[in-house]
Design a protein around this ligand. Structure first.
Ligand code: SAM
Length: 356
């Protein structure tokens, strides 16, 4: 596998965020010393970066880890393409290029961009999957092993497919980067899935194990109607849900939530807590300063928060918030972790994770 050449990167994003994804791709590849060109069509949900000279696929993957992107739902290393796939048998030419390139993968994900147009081929992909898996298994290209790469087959239309590779520990865990999560029965809003996705997308397994333990405390600023509080309550954490609005009865019925009617910017807890999460819709720099202050003062150990970015200045506003938090954290001894992602369940906002 190590000698497979990469021709570039394919990045999936929310349609409408191509400009931001292209801009960070350009910055990241330049910083990594990888010359090439970024191609982005508005509303396409996909960005392509084409290298001037092919490089080893692991070299480009290692040079720019997936987590360095905020606006990419997935970052796939592009290693091949098949055009003019015949309608009657698409499996044979795909299996043949997988073999010729020398790919050994642990799973195959059939993907498209997240647009209605691109998704028209989903039915065809579903029908084809078992046949392709069978063919790849037969020729020893596919083995059920976690340590092997994921093979992404990214379809643009019915007759063109790009081949991409990722490793499980350096990629979105979901096909197409689209989080598929169970909606809790007591959930008062879909917003609950955003925090569930953030736990998966922004934290490592060790971080989750350490911080989502029964008995710990969480503060939820801007909590109503209680979707985020429910995520903690269902894991056995005690929640202070701060909001002047009402918390849904089903959330209060968990017995784990105390509703505090107060202003989330001025309210302070009597005890330290593991978590402070914040979904108040406010100026992003104001939220960033609040989060940094909670962590710096030791009121909480970690935070997940939303920043609602202005449409025309998303990158600039994110940079401002990042700088503000970095400056505050650097005044303190010891290391900290700061990550951002434009989650599948985010729209105009992005989600941050800060821990000390
Ligand atoms: N995360 C919630 C959920 O999952 O159900 C949804 C939160 S909603 C997007 C934003 C909430 O922030 C609103 O209920 C609003 O009342 C609250 N909010 C806005 N400004 C606030 C403030 N200064 N103090 C407390 N709550 C505030």
């Amino acid at each position: 596998m190590s000698s497979i050449l990469a021709y570039g990167l394919i990045l999936y994003c929310r349609p409408g965020f191509e400009k931001e994804c292209a801009s960070e791709t350009s910055a990241l590849t330049t910083k990594a010393g990888l010359p090439g060109k970024v191609h982005a069509e508005p509303q396409s949900g996909v960005i392509r970066f084409v290298l001037n000279e092919p490089v080893d696929w692991r070299a480009i993957a290692d040079a720019i880890p997936f987590n360095d992107w905020v606006f990419a739902r997935q970052r796939v290393v592009w290693v091949g393409r098949v055009e003019d796939l015949p309608t009657r048998d698409r499996v044979t030419p795909i299996a043949s290029i997988v073999h010729d390139v020398g790919i050994h993968c642990g799973r195959v994900w059939m993907e498209t961009a997240d647009t209605n147009d691109a998704k028209k081929v989903s039915g065809m992909l579903k029908r084809m999957t078992p046949h392709l898996e069978f063919a790849l298994g037969n020729q020893n290209s596919l083995k059920n092993q976690d340590s092997l790469a994921t093979l992404h087959l990214f379809f643009e239309g019915q007759d063109r497919v790009d081949l991409g590779l990722t490793m499980l520990n350096d990629a979105s865990p979901w096909p197409m980067g689209i989080a598929r999560l169970r909606m809790p029965r007591a959930a008062p809003s879909r917003s609950t899935l955003k925090l569930a996705e953030a736990f998966q997308a922004l934290m490592t397994e060790d971080e989750r194990t350490a911080s989502l333990k029964a008995g710990l405390r969480a503060v939820d600023l801007g909590a109503a109607p209680g979707g985020w509080s429910l995520q903690f309550a269902e894991r056995g954490l005690h929640v202070s849900a701060v909001d002047n609005g009402n918390i849904a009865p089903a959330v209060m019925a968990t017995g784990m939530v105390e509703h505090v009617r107060a202003d989330g910017f001025t309210w302070r807890p009597q005890r330290k807590s593991e978590w402070m999460v914040c979904d108040m819709v406010e100026q992003p720099t104001r939220i960033a300063a609040l989060v940094a202050d909670w962590i710096a003062s030791g009121r909480c150990r970690r935070s997940i928060f939303n920043l609602k970015l202005p449409m025309k200045k998303r990158i600039e506003e994110l940079a401002k918030c990042r700088k503000l938090i970095d400056q505050r954290m650097r005044q303190l001894p010891g290391a900290y972790t700061l990550r951002f992602k434009h989650l599948y369940h985010d729209r105009e906002e992005i989600t941050g994770y800060l821990a000390k």
